[in-house]
Design a protein around this ligand. Sequence first.
Ligand code: NAI
Length: 326
Amino acid sequence: MMFSRLAVASITKRQFSHTVSNATKIAVLGAAGGIGQPLSLLLKLNPFVSDLALYDIHGAPGVGADLCHIDTKSTVKGYLSEYDGLQKTLDGAEVVVIPAGVPRKPGMTRDDLFKTNASIVRDLAKAAAQHCPTAHILVISNPVNSTVPIVAEVFKKFKVYDPKKLFGVTTLDLVRARRFVSELRESDPASEELIVIGGHSGHNFEGQELDNLCKRVQFGGDEVVRAKGGAGSATLSMAHAAAQMTNSLLEAMSGKSGVVQCSFVQSDLYPECAFFSSQVELGQDGVEKVRDIGKINEYEENMLKVCRAELAKNIEKGKTWIAANW
Ligand code: NAI
């Protein structure tokens, strides 16, 4: 039997079982990009989301028109910069996810993106500080180690900085670590309880196998950049990782307890690193507690030393740049 689309629409008025009490508006900035599109799709499927506002310098209305036909409860709207699009995107947003910016090409480091992405993130942070100053901000745009401090400084200038609500999205490190470890152990990735700090995983591996594993987690992004041959960096796995991080935050915001994620947040763990990626306990207002990294072995201690020195420089780079390029 065949139904026309209209007939089907009129006879099947669906009852949505919406068990989530909180209605949350989410803004995605850079929504028409390689990460932005699949991330917006995953957020459209998330029952915590009531309104999905998509912004990009081009393409966002089309992505919005496409996604808004999906039969989940949330509304979707795509905006460009014209007609106050950015302001409309941000007004009332409780969570802002930022994947705007250029990705790496083969041979580039994340730091090579700094020049372009620093000013993109700065401008979007200025708009967020003005239009949704109490929103949780999730920064994906690389280099995260420097773009997150830039957002912090912008929010400080506007006197609306709340360190509990600023996150650098490092979930992909954990997603990769779970996958790569499960390949070696022939296990289910979901059962792998790992912690990644500064791109490092703690597990019962030794010698060359451990070296290879740590390197693969740290340089997993390069694998994808090379395989895509200049057409971009990780987008689908990143969208999955960012959707996972966003969902954890939404769960915690809705009142669920015991939600923990690894994220790059303001941290007291190491004096030279104002921000550090480690396990974070999430609550209704964002970061509730930054967990201590726990006991680590000598191998991990040595990696951490290298990581802290490099990270301190990345953070300082972001702070120095925004001071001169406000
Ligand atoms: P893409 O180039 O496919 O998409 C970026 C989007 O940002 C484009 O649609 C572009 O129009 C938009 N855009 C540029 N300037 C903008 C502005 N001022 N306002 C709003 N939108 C703007 O890049 P892709 O692959 O989506 O990557 C985005 C960023 O995410 C890159 O910086 C990349 O390095 C980073 N990334 C971060 C990861 C992480 O683990 N945190 C992993 C992979 C990528």
